[in-house]
Design a protein around this ligand. Structure first.
Ligand SMILES: [Zn+2]
Length: 393
């Protein structure tokens, strides 16, 4: 300051450029600054929802078209994945060591994002992992190459999003358009230094992360479309199996059950049990044997695991695979049929649908609009994508 003498207690200097900082450290003068400087690191964001907020800031005003649900979210998922490092497992003790070693980049991102542990873990393992979340988060604080130092920058992603918005193939800014831009970006290895990193157990596999982000998006989209069509979800067939076990238990004991709707005591529902068995049981098996075997397996599991809720999908993985396959096939047929109707409705063939079918499609579209924010254009794009990626033969 030319004309003033300022008495300052502290000065804050910021740089987003690690290379300049490293060069400064090499300078002769740095030695005299060193003792007077407190370096505060600000890594790239490692939580998807925070990253997403960065992209959404004033987005609607700048893109000039409808922003489809999850368009910024897929970008944020990919960006965060590019920044994560594989945990250095030697830093952790026994059980945790193995958990940290097997953690995939997506699982780590989810853990950071909302504290959710991978489904493949037992309740106890999930608790263990969540308990040590802070250690994982802070693990690399002292490393020169800390987590969040490298990877895609928010600025690069904002460019990706604005390019995706220009894509003439989509009427809205869609997740598909964003994924296409990301795919193109990962081919430019000479432009982006972070793309040259070596892949370590799936970490830094930036091309694969585009597919991972797409898979995440398809899961959410699938759920939304299914819900808008009123089709059965994974949660519902779990509930159905729980009800089945309850009735089988009463059947083996010769007891009656209280009907939750009428409060009457009733015999176990033979029709419902037989229906479930027709899906999960091999044709040659004896129904009675099957039921008894089921109940003793639940009992044995209870003896070993006295804590926590019963998770039937862990006791009967085979049965659940059958149920899942069965419902998936059934759902696939219904979803394809319904989806084709939606596409005809939005195309030029609306008149060829019966009034009942038109009503059904209108309900689906309204569901997607009200619950998730799709307009007709991005609903159509989403359904086309879902059909081609998840529901083809
Ligand atoms: Zn839209």
């Amino acid at each position: 300051m030319n004309h003033f003498l300022l008495h300052l207690d502290s000065v804050l200097i910021a740089s987003s450029n690690e290379k300049h900082l490293s060069a400064f450290k090499e300078m002769g003068d740095f030695a005299s600054f060193k003792g007077r400087i407190e370096l505060v690191r600000v890594p790239y964001l490692r939580r998807v929802q925070e990253e997403q907020r960065v992209y959404e800031f004033r987005l609607k005003e700048t893109v000039g078209k409808h922003v489809a649900p999850h368009a910024t979210w897929v970008a944020a998922v990919w960006a965060v994945l590019t920044r994560l490092k594989k945990p250095v497992t030697d830093r952790y003790k026994s059980d945790l060591k193995k958990l940290a070693d097997h953690l995939t980049p997506l699982e780590k991102a989810r853990l950071y994002d909302d504290g959710g542990a991978p489904d493949r873990l037992s309740n106890q393992q999930a608790r263990e992992l969540k308990k040590h979340l802070q250690e994982l988060w802070k693990e690399s604080d002292s490393y020169p190459n800390y987590e969040g130092r490298t990877g895609a920058s928010a600025r690069e992603l904002k460019t990706v999003i604005s390019n995706a918005a220009q894509n003439p193939g989509y009427k809205c800014l869609t997740p598909q358009a964003v994924l296409e831009e990301l795919e193109a970006l990962t081919r430019d290895k000479s432009v982006y230094e972070f793309l040259q990193q070596e892949v370590v157990d799936g970490y830094h596999d930036h091309e694969e992360f585009v597919r991972v982000a797409e898979g995440e998006y398809l899961d959410v989209l699938d759920e939304e479309v299914r819900e808008a069509m009123g089709l059965i979800s994974e949660k519902q067939y779990r509930t159905m199996f729980e009800r089945y076990v309850l009735h089988v238990l009463a059947w083996t004991r010769g007891e009656r059950l209280r009907n939750p709707h009428t409060s009457e005591m009733e015999r176990p529902d033979e029709e419902m049990m037989a229906q479930t068995e027709s899906i999960v049981m091999a044709g040659s098996e004896d129904r009675r044997e099957f039921r008894r075997g089921l109940i003793s397996a639940v009992g044995a599991h209870r003896l070993e695991h006295t804590e926590g809720e019963l998770d039937y999908s862990q006791i009967f993985p085979d049965i659940f695979r059958h149920l899942r396959d069965h419902f998936f096939d059934e759902r696939k047929r219904t979803l394809r049929k319904n989806a084709e109707k939606v596409l005809r409705f939005l195309g030029d063939e609306r008149g060829q649908l019966s009034s009942r079918e038109q009503q059904q499609v209108a309900d689906t579209l309204r569901g997607m609009q009200e619950k998730s924010g799709y307009c007709e254009n991005c609903a159509k794009d989403g359904i086309v994508l879902l059909l081609s990626k998840r529901y083809t033969d």
